[in-house]
Design a protein around this ligand. Structure first.
Ligand code: HEM
Length: 136
């Protein structure tokens, strides 16, 4: 749909070159956006946009639940379309790279477990002591 319209068709490799704060392109829903000038005005910050480069950022974009006014702004940054055959299947979803996201939840889990178990252990010991001192 839309034909050429004077807009270019890019490969994923071409788009991926624009992957920094001075030159930032996004691929969303098959369309390519040059958001370099928008970086510092983006309400969600520049870092998320830069880290969404070099891949299909559709899921990242949709996960936020952008408003209709956010969607209306996109026209302004539209520079062309993707040659979809250049997107490898396994790249269609990669989780967003959050700056301070810590995927290792083990220590958190151990603390939660101890918070639950420790009172039970103390209670058990208390009853144990009571029982043995009584029968002695
Ligand atoms: C051309 C592309 C984009 C435009 C025009 C845009 C525009 C906006 C606008 C106007 C908002 C304010 C809330 C709203 O109206 O929905 C917003 C919020 C946000 N955006 Fe984007 N955005 C774009 C791409 C992205 C991408 C690719 C990501 C994620 C990687 C992202 C992450 C966020 C986040 C996390 C917020 C929430 C900020 C908050 O609620 O504190 N945006 N964006």
């Amino acid at each position: 749909m839309g034909g050429d319209g004077g807009k270019k068709v890019f490969t994923l490799a071409e788009i991926s070159e624009h992957n920094n704060a001075k030159d930032c392109w996004l691929l969303i829903d098959g369309k390519v956006y040059n958001v370099t000038k928008f970086l510092e005005d983006h309400p969600g910050g520049d870092e998320v946009l830069v880290s969404a480069t070099g891949k299909d950022a559709t899921d990242d974009f949709e996960d936020v639940g952008h408003s209709t006014s956010a969607r209306a702004m996109m026209d302004e940054f539209y520079v062309g379309d993707i040659d979809s055959s250049t997107i490898p299947a396994r790249m269609k979803y990669t989780p967003p790279k959050q700056p301070h996201y810590n995927p290792d939840k083990t220590s958190e889990f151990v603390i939660k477990l101890l918070q639950f178990l420790l009172p039970l252990v103390i209670l058990g010991v208390a009853f144990g002591i009571r029982y043995y001192t009584k029968s002695a």
